[in-house]
Design a protein around this ligand. Structure first.
Ligand SMILES: N[C@@H](CCC(=O)N[C@@H](CS)C(=O)NCC(=O)O)C(=O)O
Ligand SMILES: [Fe+2]
Length: 294
């Protein structure tokens, strides 16, 4: 069915190796934005909206109407631009309902007993299996925990936005060592994604350009099954867990994890300004156990 084949525009952010998506319905001109990045320079503390403005320029050029601003999970490597895009478009923001569990973990890490861990920072929290639409394109929400507790996959017609579960076949899979992560759970989530029809288009959330190749973000279920470097090597959950956990032990934390989680657990809202109008981040010391140094 043509109407169930959305047009997918990927916009690559070189700083964070993230792919942000505009998913549109050719029949109605309605679209959703998935995983938009708010630019941040940790050296100067400056934020910028270059990526989000590129998304808005595309939306305007294509004469699209934004229906949804979606995040797949609370990102550990960049700030979400969802609040900025909501301000510009009026569209509602959404994420998976298990965000409340992630908020609970991180309010402990940041020492914020009064932080409302209720998901009220988004307009909509999606439950497992819930459906909604982008114009005439049906979208189904699959829970895909593993990389984070709250990770979800949006299956929009024939396109699955899997973000940090599978990466491109030559890159393998996402790490599972953040608080609340689980390699065993990621194995099951990947099984659910690979149970989609073979021709389903798979759009990933990051591409770290192995070997320095150009950035890529689209594959299919069939290609992932046949050639994903982590999946094709593993026949059992135990084999996958050993491979994934072995690799995770070698990975330093993302350089922005402590910057990003406090913003992304708050729906992407920057901290409220103090009496002098300045906004400040807070860093817990020695809170992430067993983190590897660079
Ligand atoms: N070097 C990057 C690492 C980012 C990172 O850890 N990315 C996660 C997704 S949020 C991942 O799964 N990485 C897999 C890998 O590095 O193999 C940074 O500092 O931001
Ligand atoms: Fe991630």
């Amino acid at each position: 069915m043509d109407s169930a084949r959305p047009l997918v525009k990927g916009i690559f952010d070189k700083r964070t190796f993230s792919i942000q998506y505009v998913v549109s319905d050719p029949a109605t001109g309605k679209c959703a934005i998935i995983d938009p990045v708010l630019d941040f320079d940790e050296k100067s503390g400056a934020t910028a909206t270059k990526n989000a403005d590129a998304i808005l320029a595309y939306v305007e050029n294509e004469r699209l109407t934004v229906e949804w601003i979606l995040d797949t999970h609370p990102h550990a490597d960049h700030f979400s631009a969802a609040p900025y895009l909501k301000e510009k478009t009026g569209a509602p923001t959404a994420i998976g309902s298990r965000i409340v569990e992630v908020q609970e973990i991180w309010k402990g890490i940041y020492g914020w007993p009064d932080f409302p861990a209720d998901g009220s920072q988004w307009d909509r929290l999606f439950a497992e299996g819930e459906t909604f639409s982008i114009g005439s394109i049906p979208v189904q929400v699959l829970f895909s925990p593993g990389h984070t507790l709250a990770s979800i996959t949006y299956v929009a017609g024939d396109a699955a936005f899997v973000h940090d579960t599978l990466f491109m076949p030559d890159s393998g899979t996402a790490r599972c060592d953040f608080p609340g992560g689980s390699a065993a759970r990621l194995w099951t989530s990947i099984g659910d994604i690979l149970a989609l029809p073979d021709e389903t288009r798979i759009f990933v959330g990051h591409d770290y350009q192995p070997g320095g190749r150009e950035p890529l973000w689209e594959s299919t279920v069939a290609e992932q099954k046949a050639t994903n470097t982590h999946i094709s090597k593993c026949r059992t959950e135990a084999e996958f867990v050993a491979l994934r956990e072995g690799r995770d032990k070698t990975l330093p934390m993302p350089k922005l994890i402590l910057h990003a989680l406090q913003i992304n657990m708050n729906g992407g809202h920057l901290p409220a300004p103090d009496a002098n109008g300045g906004r400040h981040l807070k860093f817990p010391l020695n809170a992430l156990k067993h983190a590897v140094w660079e």
